[in-house]
Design a protein around this ligand. Structure first.
Ligand code: TYM
Length: 334
């Protein structure tokens, strides 16, 4: 039986990459009727320093973002990671399964830790092991994510396989990454070779769900492009990362294929295309940010939703953790 799990860090504002690569896909999968758990990963967020007040606010805001993007807390389970303690408990077991050599190959750790890896937190290093626990504590089978999470999901498969092998069981499923759609890797608006990211120092590099219509229009107008008009065919985008990125964003927002977008705008200048893109983005994002603001006016209601989510989640996670402990040989209630 398929079960979906995915998570987003409550650190900084949600951007267009998070929306197109993750949130929008989650809502589409929910409509297909698959059981799903969506998680604000606050334990992952603190692998780099977070101001406590900001973390609290970002967590609630992210919960509002999930709901505003179409996740129904009645249909899906919405949780805050630290409220379901089995995630961290299983992560410890996985810390003892995963190998240091595997962690050393994680490119996201290298990117985030920078040159001075000695100063990175131990949590940042162990991050992928907690991520594997997030998924496997539900025996989730499908994980929708953007392209940048691919390596972590491969590691999740390796951890599940090694656990099963070491203990001679067939307990944890080998999870399938779901990296689909035209926006699995939304690029920075300032540099078509870098992904759009919360940590980019330039605010002009990303569109966020809290941007108003004017800033969305300004950011797209100033987005880096080459001087050529849009090509007649999709092949014409091959060596034009910035142009390709804008076409892909348009396609994802409009629920079209990049081919359809090219057919519509073939030979047009960016002076025409960018305002159309900005209008489309405002059209799709404004209702979400309005709804987020409405939900944020009642933080107590958000907290209630998360509490209910945690209760439902623990009905799944507590037995799986107990069974894991049994397999490993830990004495406990029978
Ligand atoms: P995070 O918080 O960095 O990003 C959340 C989701 O957004 C996707 N994403 C993008 N997609 C397309 N283009 C982009 N530029 C872009 N930037 C981000 C990410 O791929 C992700 O799907 N480690 C995870 C959170 C996590 C998780 C998990 C995910 C923790 N446990 C278990 C899945 C399953 C992260 O940092 O995502």
């Amino acid at each position: 039986q398929p079960r979906v799990f995915s998570g987003i860090q409550p650190s900084g504002d949600l951007h267009l990459g998070n929306y197109l690569g993750a949130l929008k896909r989650f809502a589409e999968m929910q409509d297909e009727g698959i059981e799903a758990i969506y998680c604000m990963v606050d334990l992952h967020a603190i692998t780099v320093w977070q101001n406590p007040e900001d973390l609290r606010r970002s967590t609630r805001e992210l919960c509002a973002g999930f709901i505003a993007a179409g996740i129904d807390p009645q249909k899906s389970i919405l949780i805050n990671q630290s409220q379901v303690p089995e995630h961290a408990q299983l992560a410890w077991i996985f810390n003892c399964v995963a190998r240091i050599g595997w962690m050393n190959r994680m490119t996201q750790f290298k990117d985030k830790a920078g040159k001075n890896a000695e100063k990175a937190s131990l949590g940042l290093y162990a991050y992928p092991s907690l991520m594997a626990a997030d998924i496997l504590i539900y025996h989730a089978t499908h994980v929708p994510v953007g392209e940048d999470q691919k390596q972590h999901l491969e590691l999740t498969r390796d951890i599940a396989a090694k656990f099963n092998h070491d203990y001679g069981v067939d307990f944890f499923p080998i999870t399938e990454p779901v990296i689909e759609g035209t926006a699995t890797r939304v690029m920075s608006l300032r540099d078509g070779t870098k992904k759009m990211s919360k940590s980019d120092p330039s605010d002009m590099s990303r569109i966020t769900l809290t941007d108003d219509a004017d800033s969305i229009a300004r950011k797209f107008r100033k987005a880096k492009t080459d001087p050529e008009p849009l090509p007649d065919t999709i092949e014409g985008l091959a060596d034009r990362p910035e142009a390709r990125n804008l076409v892909n964003i348009y396609a994802a927002l409009a629920d079209k294929t990049p081919e359809q977008v090219i057919a519509e705008y073939a030979g047009q200048q960016f002076g025409r295309f960018k305002p159309a893109l900005a209008d489309l983005a405002v059209d799709r994002m404004a209702p979400i940010s309005t709804e987020m603001a409405r939900l944020m006016a009642d933080p107590a209601e958000i907290d209630r939703i998360l509490e209910l989510g945690a209760t439902r989640a623990r009905e799944i996670t507590a037995p799986i953790l107990r069974k894991t402990y049994d397999i490993v040989g830990m004495v406990g209630p029978t």
